[in-house]
Design a protein around this ligand. Sequence first.
Ligand code: BV8
Ligand code: ZN
Length: 234
Amino acid sequence: MCVLTGAGISAESGVPTFRGDNGLWKKFRPEELANFEAFIRNPELVWEWYNYRRQLIENVIPNPGHVALAQIEQMVQEFTLVTQNVDDLHRRAGSKRVLELHGNIQRSYCVDCGARDDRPDFTEERKIPRCRTCGGLIRPDVVWFGEMLPQEVFEEADAAARRCDLFLSVGTSSIVYPAASLPMVAKQSGAYVIEVNVERTDLSGRMDQTLIGKAGEILPLLAESMISNRRVQQ
Ligand code: BV8
Ligand code: ZN
């Protein structure tokens, strides 16, 4: 079983999605913020946006959708969780193994020497954190548009999609590639592909099933039915 999640699974925790009505991209467009050139051009603005999101994420908790996936991980032998989210909520919900395709907002590194710098906040350094080793610019450890995904992580996600028999695509608009290629990679490899979303997406027509509803409501039902199934088998 392989599950791909997007911003929609964190929506019920209070984390705005990217493209929804109150979406993160509403105020700014991805091109203005989530790319390296924008960062070099205006590091203050980009850090302002990431600090805002870090603070927001610090004050939210995982929701029943995250918890359900952590429960399902315990019950399914071959289970791989792949996320596009950078909010760390799957790990905080108890998921043991999370493939983070787009990095993690809690981590940062130096653009010059690559040194990790996971200080919780950089307020003491005004707005632009500098590397303590070489004085280079510190950036969030997330994958921006035009940047390669962490190669091993994506290869592991791709392999999991190819070998699974059930693929869930949860809370993603299926717009951003190469993450959005995974559901069809799974389908072409013979998996049954189910989408969980509050609305249809570009890929809905190619899914085996689209369950319209909130991840925080649908995933706990799936987990409960798996738990009661196990009780019946014992
Ligand atoms: C790449 C991290 C190879 C940062 C993000 C030109 C040059 C280079 C590449 C491209 C190019 N043109 C296009 C591309 C490819 C590009 C791309 O896909 N662009 C799109 C916009 C067309 N991809 C890339 O650049 C990737 N790299 O291709 O490298 C390469 C390299 C060089 C040259 C050529 C090729 C890198 C992409 C990663 C970008 N980083 N985030 C950060 O977070 O700040 S993307 C961002 O979008 C997030 O990661 C997010 O996860 C992701 C996808 O969005 P979603 O998660 O789906 O969120 P969204 O708001 O869109 O949707 C939420 C969904 O949830 C909705 O459907 C909603 O209905 C639903 N929902 C809401 N509530 C609920 C719910 N569902 C269930 N329950 C609910 N309660
Ligand atoms: Zn450095």
